[in-house]
Design a protein around this ligand. Structure first.
Ligand SMILES: O=C(O)CCC(=O)C(=O)O
Ligand SMILES: [Fe+2]
Length: 367
């Protein structure tokens, strides 16, 4: 091997194929109807059609792309520009705002996914600053902590550009949540109440060219643990989604100025498995660097995540026991810093077993 640090090397079965199938079928959904006048006689039919497309995409893929989404192109370009400038600084500049076990937001180049190091660097910042979060993964510990943003000195405009962009992301996120709610026959604002003290954050991802793209991954296979992700990728391909129909890793070909949307684990639980959170990963490339900007739209730390009552009944009972989002995340962070050999906590730990296990009570998170 010898080409990269062994910490980055994936087990043979998880190594990327250098040629992949392009995502024929990841739906591209046009949101222009959302910005058109509802006085138009065709408006309600068009909206109904849009809701259907969103529902089908969530069910069949867990992923879709949106165009005509209303996000300013100028703001999108600015975010990629500041990201480039930020990552062009010497490492010592980025290290000034490095994350550690006390500082949960900022810069990091040592993330692991499934215990293999990712070939990437990240910069995380919160929408609501500070983020309120459970201090400990221990079920009885009620202490709350604050996660504060850390801003780099260079480029000086980064803070304003990010704060501006995040507002655009929020607007789009609420629209998408409404469409998803309608597609599940819920009231459009059904999910909004979970977002009062939201733990949403945005990330600037940077994937440097890698000398061993056949051995390492930018991000190893994973599912997003939150509710909804909105991702901007640049024109360098890399994102692969595990196609539900046959389990093949399928490339999401960059569509200029579109956003890639995926439902996360929380939406899987809220929808009682109607919409599954789908595995994805990022390949790296020997020649080109790649930038992406995900926005993770996550609810308040005290949210008790469980299948929505409207979506369960005696024929379709709740498939998950309730869990507390802040405790779940604290558990993840704890095991990340400990670099435990066991797999991180997953929603599958809360799945009600087929053997008729009781639904009462909240499972402790650290088992
Ligand atoms: O960079 C990408 O295309 C995807 C990033 C991603 O999956 C993540 O940050 O969770
Ligand atoms: Fe992801």
């Amino acid at each position: 091997m010898g080409e990269v640090d062994p910490a980055f090397v994936q087990e043979p079965e998880h190594r990327p194929k250098l040629r992949t199938i392009e995502a024929e079928g990841i739906p591209i959904i046009d949101l222009s109807i959302l910005s058109s006048s509802d006085a138009n006689p065709d408006h309600s039919r068009a909206l109904e059609n849009l809701v259907k497309q969103v529902g089908n995409a969530c069910r069949d893929w867990g992923f879709f792309q949106v165009i005509n989404h209303g996000v300013s192109l100028e703001k999108r370009e600015k975010i990629f520009n500041v990201s480039r400038k930020f990552y062009a600084q010497p490492l010592e500049e980025r290290n000034k705002i490095r994350k550690d076990d006390k500082k949960m937001l900022g810069y990091n180049d040592a993330e692991h996914t499934k215990n293999v190091r990712d070939w990437k660097e990240v910069f995380d910042l919160a929408v609501q600053n500070p983020i309120l979060m459970s201090a400990s993964y221990k079920p009885d510990d009620k202490e709350i902590t604050e996660w504060h943003n850390q801003w780099p000195e260079y480029p000086p405009e980064l803070r304003e550009v990010c704060e501006d962009y995040v507002k655009e992301m929020e607007k789009l996120a609420y629209k998408l949540l409404e469409l998803i709610a309608l597609s599940l026959s819920l009231q459009p604002d059904r999910f909004h109440g979970f977002y009062k003290d939201k733990t949403a954050y945005m990330r600037l991802n940077h994937y440097r060219p890698c000398p061993a793209p056949h051995l390492a991954l930018g991000i190893g296979r994973h599912k997003d643990s939150g509710a909804l992700t909105i991702l901007a990728q640049d024109d360098v391909q890399g994102l692969e989604v595990k196609r539900k129909s046959d389990g093949e890793w399928t490339l999401v070909k960059p569509t200029p100025s579109s956003y890639i949307i995926n439902v996360g684990d929380i939406m899987q639980v809220w929808s009682n498995d109607a919409y599954e959170s789908v595995e994805h990963r990022v390949k790296v490339n020997a020649e080109k660097e790649r930038f992406s900007v995900p926005f993770f739209f996550n609810p308040a730390y005290y949210t008790i995540v469980k299948p929505l009552e409207e979506l369960t009944n005696e024929h379709n009972p709740a498939k998950y026991r309730p869990y507390i989002w802040g405790k779940f995340l604290a558990n993840r962070k704890h095991s990340n810093f400990q670099k435990l050999d066991v797999e991180n906590i997953q929603i599958s730990h809360f799945r009600v077993s087929e053997l008729g296990e009781k639904l009462e009570g909240t499972l402790s998170i650290n088992n």
